[in-house]
Design a protein around this ligand. Structure first.
Ligand SMILES: NC(=O)c1ccc[n+]([C@@H]2O[C@H](COP(=O)([O-])OP(=O)(O)OC[C@H]3O[C@@H](n4cnc5c(N)ncnc54)[C@H](O)[C@@H]3O)[C@@H](O)[C@H]2O)c1
Length: 398
């Protein structure tokens, strides 16, 4: 097997694949469609970050590709449906930077409560502004978390360790961790907390969920953070709330329109406001997160190739089949229509193949079955399985 890793992935990815006997080549930048099609000749595994578009055209030109690893959180750059139709598995790293975002949120909360950026700017300007006015400990203060998913719930735990009282609101029924208190509406949360931190996901319905009404409902002199998605907040309304003094500080890491390239010019109604901390979408950008992404996605690719494991695949049904060392494994991706499994098993029986273990999972239009056997696999039998009309891809793992 051969892997091509683009966009300067963490070396751990090459190491994990290399140790599994996969020949790895790397390329520091992204590639455009034509370059990618050319480079994928003879390649089984592709590793990318967010800058390489893996379009339907690329996939259709290289249908023998086995799997794609997005060494990042988002997978918008890959045509996942086209990949599934061709039986190409795709994986990403949804959790690797959770802790990094949480730590930035905590740093921001403390920095705003102590007005650190104002003190820092003054001292750099040669002004000794030693004062306790408007400076607070976070211990004993209330934190309201909107969106209690991976990041929101971990922030809850770390904030409690600092002595904060945590309230949260989530559209789904989430288990409250530690002493956190669930609120049944956003309004209830806004009434109770004096620091509000947004950690909702990017579903379309979240556009503009936080605007003038929500800022007005927040308690006077509250702090506000958004490290989730830019489009969920009306930043003109946030500016007004900060300028009026109703909001005492804000920390914003995500924006509706973000510059594409490092060094590009950035504009926002929030620029230049006092006690407003602006960061260029770096919540998840730490060396630790990069290393974990390399480990996480590298392991997913390796386990798919060697064991057929699709756990946490973003486009194929999820299976974690255990592996006995002596069995041969047939993995079969197919169109999810009634009778496919029966048809496959009939072919196996006709060829005297004894099934030692078998697991099936389906997701939308795609089915995935993994079959283990100690019997000999004849070429005839493999051809018969491949000829089943619903077959998308067949692999034999030794
Ligand atoms: N700043 C960064 O660098 C950075 C890094 C990683 C993730 N993120 C963003 O952080 C956000 C959270 O990530 P996550 O991994 O915790 O996601 P997640 O999917 O685990 O959690 C999101 C939670 O928000 C809840 N939710 C959705 N809409 C809601 C609403 N309107 N009101 C209340 N709850 C709502 C969901 O039910 C879910 O529990 C995402 O938008 C993600 O893109 C930002």
């Amino acid at each position: 097997m051969r892997a091509l890793l683009l966009e300067n992935l963490h070396p751990l990815a090459s190491k994990i694949l290399g140790e599994a006997g996969i020949e790895v080549s790397t390329h520091s930048g992204a590639m455009d469609e034509d370059e990618l099609i050319e480079a994928l000749d003879g390649i089984d595994l592709l590793g990318i970050r967010s800058k390489t578009e893996v379009s339907a055209r690329v996939l259709e030109a290289r249908p023998d590709l086995c799997a794609i690893g997005a060494f990042c959180i988002g997978t918008n750059q890959i045509d996942l449906a086209a990949a599934a139709q061709l039986g190409i598995a795709a994986f990403n790293a949804p959790y690797s930077n959770t802790r990094s975002v949480v730590e930035l949120a905590i740093a921001n909360i403390i920095a705003m409560a102590r007005r650190l950026t104002e003190r820092d700017k003054a001292l750099h300007a040669g002004i000794w502004d030693k004062s306790a006015t408007g400076s607070h400990e976070v211990r004993g203060r209330t934190l309201g978390i909107v969106g209690y998913g991976n990041i929101g719930s971990q922030l809850s735990v770390v904030a409690e360790m600092l002595g904060m009282q945590v309230y949260f609101y989530d559209v789904e029924d989430k288990l409250a961790l530690g002493n956190a208190r669930r609120c049944s509406s956003l309004e209830e949360l806004l009434d109770n907390a004096e620091t509000i931190s947004l950690h909702v996901d990017g579903r379309a319905g979240n556009a503009g969920i936080f605007g003038a009404d929500q800022f007005a409902r927040m308690r006077p002199r509250s702090l506000f953070l958004n490290l989730s998605r830019g489009f969920v907040v009306d930043y003109d309304a946030l500016r007004d709330a900060v300028v009026s003094g109703h909001i005492a500080g804000a920390a914003v890491d995500v924006f509706p329109k973000e510059p594409k390239i490092r060094g590009d010019r950035f504009d926002s109604p929030l620029r230049g406001l006092s006690n407003v901390i602006l960061t260029p979408h770096i919540g998840g950008s730490t060396e630790e997160a990069q290393e974990d992404i390399g480990r996480f996605v590298g392991t997913k690719l390796r386990d798919y190739v060697t064991q057929g494991t699709t756990a946490l695949s973003v486009n194929l049904p999820s299976l974690t089949p255990g592996r006995s060392s002596h069995a041969q494994r047939i993995t079969h991706i197919h169109q999810n229509t009634p009778g496919v499994l029966a048809h496959l098993n009939q072919i196996l029986a006709e060829h005297d193949v004894n099934v030692g273990g078998q697991v099936l999972a389906t997701k939308g239009h795609t089915g995935y079955v993994v079959t283990d056997t100690d019997s000999e696999l004849s070429q005839d039998m493999l051809e018969a399985l491949t000829a089943v009309p619903e077959t998308i891809r067949l692999r034999v793992l030794d």
